[in-house]
Design a protein around this ligand. Sequence first.
Ligand code: Q9C
Ligand code: ZN
Length: 341
Amino acid sequence: MKTVFSPLHNRRTAMTELDGGILIAPHEKPSRAETILSRVRQEQLGEVLPPSESGLGPVLRVHTRDYVDFLRTSWVDWTAGDKPGEAIPAVWPARGMQQRVPKDIDGRLGYYSFTADTSITEGTWDAACASANVALTAQALVANGEPAAFALCRPPGHHAHADLFGGYCFFNNAAISAQAFRDQGARRVAVLDVDFHHGNGTQSIFYQRDDVMTISLHGDPDLVFPHFLGFEDETGEGPGEGFNLNLVYPPGTPFPVWREGLETACARIEAYQADVLVIALGVDTFEQDPISFFKLTSADYLLMGERLGRLNLPTLFTMEGGYDVDAIGVNVVNVLKGFEG
Ligand code: Q9C
Ligand code: ZN
């Protein structure tokens, strides 16, 4: 299968992530993408292509204009205020407060985010745009008849809502791609999120729709990020009722248990008669992942890919999380190789 990759991901080189009360070097770092790319080449998965420039049109099908404008200008607005560090939100429009867009950058950062773990930096806008272009270029390959393609996106996307960044995500690459499939004529798109964390952004974007089914397997949000979405009683709303599925697992979950969720997800996708499949591919389900609590092994990713391949659908993979850089290349490429059989 072909991989789409852009070196512009390297423009996102944040130095800070607020974690445990201190600023750490971010888990979501450039070496993640470079390690995956090396493994793709080493295993000769297929051609590696640069993205073409899609423009903001397809991004604006999912994200609001004001959010996109905020992201584009946030670094300049932040530095204009003579701030010494990276742009970290620290105040939110919480319960009982006004939902208004403030003028001040500190207020705007909070208005357009839901976490403080994702610092905005000088090159963040460029990298986020490149990541969306990577997804859309791979999406076009699949739309034009490739059985599958791998969008090696960085930064990741599945936590980003229509107008919120957070969880290391800015543009929701999987959602933008799903919408592009719809706009190009696919009638039903399934998005299956196998990242350790709930795909809250993707769920939220399609929650009231029946033309994009969203399914996520993830750590129990009662215990782990994103804490406030991803419970099993969230099944969709209005016309979207019955078209969102959350499958929640506890600490220590090994592949044989996780795999039952995958079977449930696959059955739902088949019943839905999806025309095309988007896999939000995170490998932070790995046993050694530094911020997660599932217990998948490197060999398990081959089986995961093999099961996804048996759905027999045109498939786009968008890269999401996975923070054990030593194993990330092997684990991701195992999914893709397992898929190809
Ligand atoms: N102490 C993705 O996998 N913060 N995002 C965790 C750990 C958020 C993960 C804090 C993790 C977000 C794309
Ligand atoms: Zn994750």
